[in-house]
Design a protein around this ligand. Structure first.
Ligand code: GLN
Length: 315
């Protein structure tokens, strides 16, 4: 068994959930009304091991939108389709050291990495360019479904509409990239941005996100269905960038204290990958100043306190 004493892990997660629930610091994202309105106190933790042992506690069957967590799978899809050499002619792989929607590019005029808005907009420009909008969306949603164990994912249309109508910064990022010649020739910018907002508006619950994280921990093969969704090489690249860039401008601090690949989103979702062991999803909507879930980070801290899961714990 990947986690030999699973009942002990369950006990610890129950204790951690109980303790961290008291933490009410932070504020829900308020840049669109649909996110501002969610019940801020909701809190879920869900775990899935690479051999399919599962446990969830709290609001683990409540849907939330992926937001920036969608950037992981979008990046994997570009790698599977084009390979890293082509993909990285259009997006860098260094942390930006800046906020997730900062209007800034690297020296080559490209997005710093695929885990911030500019880079994820680029991923959306690269995925299945030949398909029409509906089929491109189905392709991404179907990939999330396969990673999450085969149960369909949702789509929050009001989040999507509201993202689209308040998206000045993302439009600015798109036009800036176009001005710099960052996109492949023939890119339809408006269609690309709409596709990006749709990916952000895909909904899952914590149980599904934990299984998706476990699929990454398991080198791209879903532990529940044995479905080989991504190649091990694609997952290696994605986890590398999650480790260095997954938490916006908290990424360096997270790598230091937690030492694991993870990705956060403004909905309060946090996907944590313990390679070859398990995936963990934490969802709690109150965010800190960097836009990461306060309770999400706190759960990670406590887990690393009780288990030797920091990548360099065993050195
Ligand atoms: N929809 C958000 C945006 O594009 C996603 C950002 C995030 O989760 N940090 O601004």
């Amino acid at each position: 068994l990947a986690v030999p004493d699973f009942p002990a892990l369950v006990d610890d997660l129950q204790r951690i959930h109980q303790e961290v629930r008291a933490d009410r610091r932070g504020a829900v994202a308020a840049y669109i009304p649909q996110l501002a309105r969610v019940d801020a106190d909701q809190f879920a933790i869900s775990v899935c091991t690479v051999d399919g042992q599962r446990f969830s506690i709290g609001d683990a069957d409540v849907n939330f939108c992926l937001q920036s967590v969608s950037k992981t799978v979008s990046y994997c899809l570009t790698l599977e389709e084009h390979g890293p050499d082509t993909v990285h002619r259009h997006v860098g792989r260094e942390p930006s050291g800046q906020g997730f929607n900062e209007l800034t590019f690297n020296k080559a005029g490209l997005p710093h990495n695929p885990m911030i808005n500019a880079g994820a907009i680029m991923s959306c420009a690269l995925i299945r360019r030949g398909l029409d909008a509906a089929d491109r969306f189905d392709y991404v949603a179907e990939t999330w479904k396969r990673l999450a164990g085969g149960r369909s994912v949702g789509f929050n249309n009001s989040v999507y509409l509201s993202e689209r109508s308040t998206a000045d910064r993302n439009f600015a990022l798109g036009y800036s990239m176009r001005e710099r010649g960052a996109f492949p020739p023939g890119t339809d910018l408006l269609a690309t941005l709409e596709f990006y907002f749709q990916c952000c508006s895909i909904e899952v619950d914590a149980q599904q996100l934990a299984v998706a994280a476990a699929s990454l921990a398991n080198a791209g093969v879903c532990p529940l269905t044995e479905d080989p969704v991504f190649s091990a090489r694609t997952v290696r690249h994605c986890l590398s960038l999650m480790s260095s860039c997954g938490l916006y401008d908290f990424s360096g601090e997270f790598a230091f204290t937690i030492g694991l690949p993870a990705k956060s989103g403004v909905s309060g979702a946090l996907m944590l990958v313990v390679p070859q062991l398990m995936g963990i999803a934490i969802w709690s909507p109150r965010l800190d100043a960097q836009g990461n879930s306060v309770r999400g980070i706190e759960v990670c801290r406590r887990l690393v306190d009780c288990y030797n899961i920091h990548t360099y714990d065993l050195l």
